[in-house]
Design a binder for this molecule. Structure first.
Ligand SMILES: Nc1ncnc2c1ncn2[C@@H]1O[C@H](COP(=O)(O)OP(=O)(O)OP(=O)(O)O)[C@@H](O)[C@H]1O
Ligand SMILES: O=C(O)C1=C[C@@H](O)[C@@H](O)[C@H](O)C1
Ligand SMILES: [Mg+2]
Length: 181
């Protein structure tokens, strides 16, 4: 499979709790790729949590850091990259994502909510109605996530391993033709 991908990066996109980080790690193992998580790269580089960056500098500053990280990582090959849920918001980010194969993990709000309800590390969900917030974010972002090369629809719980296998099985059908010299 990795020879089929020829080093092309795999970008996982989707909502908070969709499993980008969890499934991304497994995909990297299967593909013999390195794994990166844009949220992790940001928090390590600034030495603060995502909550702190949002609280101290605001969402716009976080989005700029996110774009900067993406611009840097897309220069490399053989990477599986779990992105932040909002990476799709900036049009400019798509020019980086398009260097690789973009996979959308499409998970319904009910499932997302059961996974992340107790987690306080996602500042956008610090809301009186977190499930409603998830729903409205998903509605807003659906047209953007839909620009992915590959959509993996998960209507019921499946193990991360099963999901990683579904992605791997679907990749040959969506590989982009190589541009001839
Ligand atoms: N297939 C799965 N089945 C059960 N639990 C899962 C599955 N995938 C992920 N989880 C759990 O859901 C939570 C969120 O997963 P994860 O952090 O991978 O999501 P994410 O898409 O990276 O979210 P974010 O955009 O906030 O970084 C974690 O606690 C993880 O263990
Ligand atoms: O969906 C979002 O906008 C976010 C998702 C997380 O991965 C983090 O990038 C941050 O909490 C914002
Ligand atoms: Mg993640």
């Amino acid at each position: 499979m990795s020879s089929l991908l020829q080093g092309v990066n795999l970008y996982l996109i989707g909502m908070m709790g969709a499993g980008k980080t969890t499934v991304g790690k497994l995909l990297a193992q299967h593909l013999g790729y390195r794994f990166l998580d844009t949220d992790d790269v940001i928090t390590k580089s600034v030495g603060r949590s995502i909550n702190q960056v949002f609280a101290q500098e605001g969402e716009a500053a976080f989005r700029q850091l996110e774009s900067d990280v993406l611009a840097q990582v897309c220069a490399y090959t053989h990477l599986t990259i779990a992105t932040g849920g909002g990476i799709v918001l900036r049009q400019k980010n798509w020019s980086y994502l398009r260097h690789g194969l973009v996979v959308w993990l499409d998970v319904p709000v009910e499932l997302l909510y059961t996974r992340i309800a107790e987690d306080t590390t996602r500042p956008l969900l610090e809301d009186a109605d977190p499930k409603g917030k998830l729903r409205s974010l998903l509605e807003e972002r659906k047209p953007l996530y839909s620009q992915a090369d590959l959509k993996i629809t998960l209507r019921a719980e499946a193990t991360p391993e099963e999901i990683a296998n579904r992605v791997i099985e679907a990749i040959p059908g969506v590989l982009k033709p190589k541009v001839s010299p």
